[in-house]
Ligand binder design. Structure first.
Ligand SMILES: [Ca+2]
Ligand SMILES: [Ca+2]
Ligand SMILES: [Ca+2]
Length: 285
């Protein structure tokens, strides 16, 4: 009888020891972690690729808006508590120099690839006073009568000898302009108010790791990328005391094309682009 039992035991298939089970579970865990890492990586790559495409769309939309309207839109502010996707502008002056992207006006998406809204910064002078042909803020002015005062804030000068215009208090002067230059007054009733002689704004600076990238920026659109939930101008520490804030949401007009995991996606429109758009629109003055 006992011999039979022993034989039966010997015929049973070999089971797993506890150590073998533990090793198998550890290996399974490692494999799952690897897969999770791969999926996370692919997820982020997918969003980055999507955002790069979004960035190109916004760049195209801003440039098309410039060509069609001969001006740029003001930010969609929150001063009135309403974010409606349309610019906030009063009497040819932007209500604020920063806010949300007027996405309905531009026919672009309201949010970026991570579901966060875009930040839109324009030159502070666009929200500071009257626009004249000799001021970069004129790129944001809507239709309506705007006069470039002779000898006033616009400083528009004309040289009868060379038919040359200049935005300056002193130029053109002899010998460039032998008989001297004269103050000139021009009244425009529709955009564009800016012209080939409108100086660069030098109000917003866009840097990269090597130094200044662009210093004639008129407007910037920013997606704060993967950490946009906390690193957004309207939620970061500068405004609400929560989240973190970097160079692109610290409230000043210096911005940076950063790289790495928390990189931001920036679209910029320079004065050169605005003048190019004015040429395309055949409304160059
Ligand atoms: Ca609005
Ligand atoms: Ca970021
Ligand atoms: Ca800054």
């Amino acid at each position: 009888m006992s011999r039979k039992l022993i034989n039966k035991k010997q015929n049973l298939p070999a089971g797993f020891t506890l150590i073998e089970v533990v090793i198998a579970l550890v290996m399974l865990g490692v494999v799952l972690l690897l897969f999770q890492g791969v999926f996370k990586f692919l997820f982020h790559v997918d969003h980055r690729v999507e955002q790069i495409a979004n960035t190109h769309k916004i760049q195209g939309a801003l440039e098309t808006y410039l060509v069609v309207n001969k001006r740029l839109p003001c930010p969609d502010g929150d001063s009135d508590g309403v974010i409606d996707g349309f610019e906030d502008i009063t009497n040819n002056v932007c209500d604020d120099d920063r806010g949300y992207l007027p996405h309905k006006e531009l026919s672009t998406d309201e949010i970026d690839a991570w579901g966060n809204p875009y930040f839109y910064q324009v030159i502070p002078s666009a929200a500071a006073g009257a626009a004249t042909m000799c001021e970069a803020s004129s790129v944001f002015a809507k239709s309506g009568t705007i006069t470039t005062n002779a000898g006033g804030g616009g400083n528009l000068k004309y040289c009868p000898d060379t038919y040359q215009l200049a935005c300056s208090n002193a130029l053109p002067a002899p010998p460039v302009c032998p008989s001297g230059s004269a103050d000139l007054a021009i009244t425009n009733t529709s955009a564009p108010y800016y012209s080939v002689i409108t100086p660069n704004p030098v109000e917003i600076t866009l840097n990269n790791e090597f130094g200044v990238l662009q210093n004639n920026v008129l407007a910037l659109v920013i997606s704060y990328g993967e950490n946009g939930g906390e690193n957004f101008y309207y939620t970061a520490s500068i405004n609400s005391g929560i989240g973190t804030c970097d160079e692109n949401c610290d409230g000043d007009t210096s911005f940076e094309m950063n790289t790495g995991e928390n990189r931001d996606y920036i679209v910029s429109v320079t004065m050169d682009k605005a003048k190019h758009a004015a040429v395309l629109s055949r409304r160059y003055k």
